[in-house]
Design a protein around this ligand. Structure first.
Ligand code: SF4
Length: 396
């Protein structure tokens, strides 16, 4: 991205004004004193963090503002619904910060901090001070990938990889590019929504992306925009900067109650994303993570919203798929009829399950595969054999 001195100076003013980080709810003067006191208790359990730019997108006069829902704690998070590792990532962890679930793909959890903390995060366990799952030292991951020629895809995740220093990130990109069989490097990040100047102000990062996203081996940015209001002019400028520096952009986000559980909002999000060159890839069913009860939408309702949004959409926005990242694999919710929910494995840990279609009894309250009853005679497995106690009654 090349810009004149004036634009550069203007951006620095923007960054210094918006770049201040808040990690205490008590510092949010837009909340009442009583709200701050109540929400402090929630933030003591699940960390709070946001910056001035992102907070400036909130309409503080609207208690149901969707941007507020994304980052400001809610007292309902204190319910005991869900578990800390709902997709059982521990089971596919092969070394500290290294996950290998599908043959061709390895995840490197290379950072445990994000630009802000989404209240519904399925990896909120990483932000607890006692957790050491993510690793700054990815040498074990690099050795593992080098030893596994079947790995063609590496996803940098966390936490947010774009919150690492440029020097560290470039070192990782360089090291991955020395491994011949690694074709695609994906960077999973919400920084384009939280702090668009991360790329705009960093010529070193831009030039590294140009170098390591080649015509034969691309770098992909998996963005995380949840709501069309996050697509500000600055955010769109940031996406443009990634694209102009050779990065392929695509968006994945969860379906979140009070944020994007509205067909028109989803359709607008998908449409705008496709217009700016970052078409939607996956819409995720919110995982039953501890603290996520207030953010979860039942599967059937989610599918209805998704279907309606697809009818309102057009062109590349149609590429979106509504999926569930289950411990056993990634399942698309294909259709729901009067009696049944039909799913299909896109990816599966067990090769036997790959591509398999599953049929479960329709349950309009169910929020996760483990809550569904297989339809007799259609061969769908029951997951897991023993339902966790906290899920037996489903959400309120
Ligand atoms: S950006 Fe992603 S990893 Fe970070 S808090 Fe949000 S959902 Fe979690």
């Amino acid at each position: 991205m090349f810009e004149g001195p004036e634009a550069h100076a203007r951006r620095h003013v923007t960054q210094s004004r918006h770049g201040r980080y808040y990690s205490k709810v008590s510092d949010l003067v837009a909340l009442t004193v009583a709200e701050r006191a109540r929400l402090d208790a929630v933030a003591a359990r699940y960390r709070f963090r946001a910056n001035a730019y992102y907070l400036s997108l909130i309409d503080w006069n609207d208690p149901h503002d969707p941007i507020r829902r994304i980052v400001i704690p809610s007292e309902e998070e204190l319910s005991d619904w869900g578990s800390l590792d709902p997709s059982n990532e521990q089971a596919v962890t092969v070394a500290r910060g290294v996950q290998h679930k599908y043959a061709d793909t390895v995840l490197l959890l290379c950072n445990e901090v994000c630009g802000a903390y989404c209240r519904y995060c399925f990896r909120k366990r990483l932000f607890a001070s006692e957790n050491d799952e993510a690793s700054n030292d990815i040498s074990a991951g690099l050795d593992y990938i080098a030893d596994h020629p079947e790995v063609t895809n590496v996803l940098l995740t966390g936490g947010d990889p774009l919150l690492m220093s440029t020097r560290r990130l470039v070192r990782i990109l360089r090291a991955l590019r020395t491994i011949e069989h690694v074709q695609i490097i994906r960077i999973g990040s919400k920084m384009p929504a939280f702090a668009p100047w991360r790329i705009l102000d960093d010529a070193e990062l831009q030039s590294a992306l140009r170098l390591y996203s080649t015509s034969r081996k691309r770098v992909y940015l998996m963005t995380h925009f949840d709501h069309p209001r996050e697509l500000t002019d600055l955010a769109i400028e940031g996406l443009d900067c990634f694209i102009r520096n050779g990065v392929i952009c695509t968006n994945q986000c969860p379906l979140i109650r009070g944020v994007n559980d509205d067909a028109r909002v989803l359709a607008e999000l998908f449409r705008k994303l496709s217009f700016v060159g970052c078409p939607p890839y996956y819409l995720f069913q919110c995982r039953p993570t501890l603290g996520n009860e207030p953010y979860t939408v039942p599967i059937v309702r989610g599918w209805q919203l998704f279907k309606e949004a697809m009818h309102l959409g057009s062109g590349l926005a149609w590429r979106a798929r509504f999926v569930m990242s289950h411990a056993t694999g990634k399942l698309e919710i294909v259709t729901v009829d009067d009696d049944q929910i039909h799913l299909q494995y896109h990816r599966a840990r067990d090769p036997e399950l790959r591509g398999q279609t599953l049929c479960y009894r329709r349950d309009d309250r169910a929020c996760w595969l483990d809550e569904l009853e297989p339809v007799a005679g259609l061969g769908a497995p029951r997951f897991p054999p023993h339902l966790p106690v906290e899920l037996q009654d489903g959400p309120a």
